[in-house]
Design a protein around this ligand. Structure first.
Ligand SMILES: [Zn+2]
Length: 667
């Protein structure tokens, strides 16, 4: 990863209640002072609420206090201290009973709803207000200024913005599309509205780009030495705003990033895996100038029993494995008297510092390796809208995160495109040109039948070798054939009870061969063993690409030994044995891999994503040479014993506790 700093940074985001009064600040400084080994950077929020507007006078008073606190932090030896500007547009509707109403035009939703807490980004009144605000903060000469993640055109108290008169006029001026709010919202839902949808998402990108340039100007006209940073949300939420991280970071002249995306508590611990992929996806889109990449550790609103310190340290380890080189902890809440709650967490973070240092310094220039679950920043702009569909409805076939379930059976997933092979799920392929899809299909591809639908519409089905013969939506299971890719599991059944989980369309599709040479790995049958036909194909096409199409419940209940063996064999087959890691046993080990191009240097992070002690598992690494491999944990390092493997080496990981991680590093 070009330019990535090989040193770890642990940063702390501090709310107003922890610094505004002298008593609160003294208490904060005592805690930070007692934990200096994990405090590399501190930033102070300028406001308590997510409501945009604070009148100039109280804002100036607050900023004056921040100035004194930054000086005290520097004096205490904190190497880097700055300001986290929480609101640029406003995040949502909050505290509207008493926060002052916006003195500038609010954001307007596609449905005519009007935000109470967030402004239209394009009015001169808003631009003037935030110029003054950022300039005021810049006058403090902080080391850096963060722009928080309200830099988006969705979820501002209105679901999708901004459809106000100013924005409609601006849109008409540059794009030529003249609309009222009502006619625009309707036209965006028209099947023939493709060019309009692309233009409207481009309007969102431009709006935020010019806003970021405006903020950069406000800050750097005061002091060009102040570092700027932008906090972002992941594409898994929506690509309505255009996800143009390259343009937004360049406009802000930013060197700091903080990719984010949920995971607030222990309710669904496996969500930490998904979040690691989401931040890895945002990291992949960053310009090289952005060398400070801090993971969003999000414990808001800071109730300690909601998330264990083990989850916190695990998710940080996965984020660093996904390409971050720092952590922005949003974890200290409360106010006076409440910081004692966080002492166990701070201690545990301290125990991990050395491990994380090793991870970051070893991985700095290594890309992620594995299968790449395809997504595109302009997916929402480019997707088709069929009659009766709602462009504004999120998720469904356009959910770009479903394929991440493959990590749970031990398939390494890359966030650097295109990885060793591409995974196409749902209708995500609509985000790509024919040429790009053809390129994917010339390599390895794993896909579901919704993706096959898209490729068929594009005239590319011949490269998959199959078409959909019949769609079944009830009473069906799959049985494995005696194809060698099924290993010892020929004849075994997989039953996913597809009607139980909602709409079962696309969950059981019979495939028909379009040509000779298509192999079938499974057949659909009824609960009384009557045959429907094949549902899982493997085909090597004329471009030399290897394509596997999964017609039965592709993204759920893949966690059996037989299915896992089959899918791992398929992944080995489509990548021509370049899958970087293979775990032999049926265990819930989730691998994150970083690997040099020549495969002589690398690291593997293994997460035991289960509640059983993992006694022993054999991990095969497809790397070159016979390196010295160190096995790292917070407890220390030891040399791993290596055994030869078909293409690389293997080692045994022993005694990995529930929800613990282990690192293998070699060079
Ligand atoms: Zn507007």
């Amino acid at each position: 990863m070009p330019g990535l700093r090989p040193t770890l940074k642990l940063a702390w985001r501090i709310g107003v209640n922890n610094y505004e009064t002298d008593a609160a600040f003294d208490r904060l400084m005592a805690v930070l002072g007692a934990h200096r080994a994990i405090v590399d950077e501190v930033c102070l929020f300028e406001t308590v609420t997510h409501h945009l507007y604070i009148p100039p006078e109280p804002l100036a008073e607050r900023v004056a206090i921040i100035g004194r606190r930054l000086a005290a932090l520097h004096e205490a030896g904190v190497p880097s201290a700055g300001v986290n500007v929480l609101t640029t547009l406003g995040h949502m509707n909050e505290a509207w009973d008493y926060m002052p109403p916006l003195p500038m035009a609010p954001m307007v939703g596609h449905d005519g709803s009007v935000s109470r807490g967030c402004a239209c980004p394009n009015t001169p009144e808003l631009r003037e207000y935030i110029r003054d605000k950022y300039a005021l903060v810049a006058e403090l000469r902080p080391d850096f200024i963060w722009v928080d993640d309200d830099i988006r055109m969705h979820n501002h108290g209105v679901t999708y913005g901004c459809f106000c008169e100013t924005c409609l006029r601006l849109f008409a001026e540059w794009s030529g599309f003249e609309h009222t709010r009502e006619s625009l919202a309707a036209a965006l839902n028209e099947p023939g509205g493709g060019a309009l949808r692309e233009a409207w998402v481009e309007q969102n990108v431009r709006t935020l780009e010019s806003l970021m340039a405006h903020v950069a100007e406000a800050i750097h006209s005061v002091d060009p030495a102040i570092e700027t940073g932008l906090m972002t949300a992941g594409p898994g939420w929506t690509t309505y705003s255009g996800q143009a991280l390259d343009r937004w970071f360049a406009a802000l002249e930013a060197v700091k990033s903080r990719p984010g995306g949920g995971f607030y508590n222990d309710d669904c611990p496996k969500q930490m895996i998904l979040k690691a992929f989401e931040v890895g996806r945002q990291r992949h889109g960053l310009p090289d100038a952005v060398t400070d990449r801090q993971y969003e550790l999000e414990n808001f609103p800071y109730h300690t029993l909601r998330k264990s310190s083990r989850s916190v340290t695990n998710e940080c380890t996965l984020a660093l494995a996904s390409g971050m080189n720092g952590i922005a902890f949003n974890a200290l809440g409360g106010g006076e008297g409440a910081l004692d709650d966080y002492l166990p967490l701070l201690a545990r973070i301290g125990e991990h510092r050395q491990l994380w240092e090793a991870l970051v310094s070893h991985a700095a220039d290594l890309p992620t390796a594995g299968l790449w679950a395809a997504w595109h920043p302009r997916l929402m702009a480019r997707r088709t809208v069929r009659r009766g569909e709602d462009w504004f409805a999120a998720g469904g076939s356009y959910n770009t995160t479903v394929a991440c379930v493959l990590a749970e059976i031990g398939l390494p997933m890359a966030t650097d495109a295109p990885g060793e092979a591409v995974v196409l799920s749902g209708r995500v392929a609509e985000g790509f040109s024919d040429e790009e899809l053809r390129e994917f299909l010339a390599g390895g591809v794993l896909m579901d039948t919704a993706a096959l639908d898209v490729l068929t519409e594009r005239g590319l089905a011949n490269l998959t070798g199959v078409r959909i013969g019949r769609r079944i939506d009830n009473g069906v299971m799959e049985r494995y054939t005696n194809d060698p890719l099924n290993g010892p599991h020929a004849g075994e059944l997989r039953d996913c009870r597809i009607e139980f989980w909602g709409d079962a369309r696309g969950q059981a599709d019979v495939l028909e061969p379009l040509t000779d040479g298509v192999r079938f790995l499974a057949n659909l049958e009824t609960y009384f063993n009557e045959q429907y036909g094949p549902c899982l194909s493997a085909y090597e096409n004329d471009l030399g690409g290897r394509v596997v199409v999964m017609g039965y419940a592709p993204w759920m209940f893949i966690h059996s030994g037989a299915k896992r063996t089959q899918l791992l064999n398929c992944a080995d087959w489509i990548t021509r044995d370049r899958l970087p890691v293979r775990i032999r046993e049926t265990v819930p080990l989730v691998p994150f891999v970083r690997l040099s191009e020549d495969r002589t240097r690398g690291l593997v992070v293994l997460l035991n994503a289960g509640f059983d002690l993992l006694q022993e598992a054999a991990v095969e690494v497809r790397a070159h040479g016979r390196p010295t491999v160190r096995e790292l944990s917070p407890a220390g390092a030891q040399e791993a014993r290596l055994l030869p493997a078909t293409s690389g080496w293997r080692t045994k990981v022993r005694g990995l506790g529930p929800w613990e991680t282990r690192l293998l590093v070699w060079s």
